[in-house]
Unconditional design. Sequence first.
Length: 489
Amino acid sequence: MSSSTSTTEAARNDTRFFGHPLPLMQLFSLELWERFSYYGMNGILALYLYFEVTDGGLGMAQPTAIGIVGAYGGSVFLATVLGAWLADRLFGAEKILFSSAIIIMAGHICLALIPGYGGVAAGLILVALGSGGLKANASALVGELYTEKDPRRDAGFTLFYMGVNIGATLGPLITGLLQDRIGFHFGFGAAAVGMALGLIIYTTGRKNLPSESRGPVNPLPTSRLYLFVLAIVAAVVIIVVLWMTGIVNPDNLDWWIAGISAGAAACYFIVMWKSPKTNTDERSRVLAFIPFFITCVVFWSLYQQIFGTITAYSDTQMNREIFGWVMPISWVQLIPAVFVIIFAMVFATMWMKLGTRQISTPVKAGLSLILIGIAFFLFIPFSNAGEHATPLLWVAFILLLFVFAELLISPIGLSFSSKVAPKVFQSQMIAVFYLASGVGTALSGVLGGYYSADNQTPYWSSVGTASIVLGLLALTLTKPMLKALRGIR
């Protein structure tokens, strides 16, 4: 038996982490602290951009600030495609994961130490690139800890998913408190420290990971490497020219990210549909996935407003006082994370109990749009009540509906994309699913640009109406979608 094979077998036979391989603990910790840093920084980013300079911010116009937050979130999902390609073709998943974590930490350090727009630009670019590389490969490494038939596999991913939600809860909690009590740069610094902790813990177990993760699974021929280098150079030159000429600017960056992400997804659909390796049933399922993709885009364009529009709403409209203590603005983002932790297992159990009697994936997706549309309408009763007049419990109830809608489409969508994917395009279909999140997140910034605290009702009503109408339209497409899915629900 070779040393690489023995390393892989040792990892898969390990039971030191609650019956799971010990490397799961390192990956769990890295993902926890990466999500801590990501959501912690994201929680105060919009505030930092639009707060007045006298309050520690940059004084940017609020619509532009919300648009940048959306564009940044979308760019993370777009970078996921690049991270997956680099792992599969050039370096291997483990090397990309480790280097991406270092890049993320460097980005948070830039935000913490470099004042002004220079720190924001350097920080967001580095964090987006690093998060894309880490997000693309962490789940792949977890999968390599188990054989396909290992009964511990689903439980292992459940533990890993809990790390995501723990980090998403702790991040805004700590960075928001630091920003509120000391200043923005201390909040960004906490995100950097969290990422450093994740790196330290992960480094202790790198050698125990399966050997398959250490090299590319589909190496790019050396003779074609120059094409990759030329593509990177060309992309950088184009981006610099577009930015320097003002064609791309902070006011339209969210549109650009949304457009590029949508274009990338369209290319994936065309490649999968036209491939000679895709059979007739698989080609039909690819077409059936397109309405679901659009539904996901709409959903994320609404849900991701938690980090922009709803954070701004928390700043000016929500009553954050609790028994004389004023809650930090960004803590509104803690509420959905807590609800996900509480209700994810409830939904999972419900689907298990219903079994084959549960509603189909297209129906779940349509209902998610209707539910989140109703949630937006619930902002209207307090839209003219004045500053800091909306009760915290009322906002929490609205966000509970957000989470119920999320649980109808987000985890379901990941499973659905893996079921409908052609056999030779498993990774690409999952990448397309993530691109839907990228397009939607960028569009959340576009929509947020129309929000005004002085005239809220038109915004809540128009967004809510559009979501409900599109949800009903998605439900009408259920029968033709199920027919095209050829037995998949």
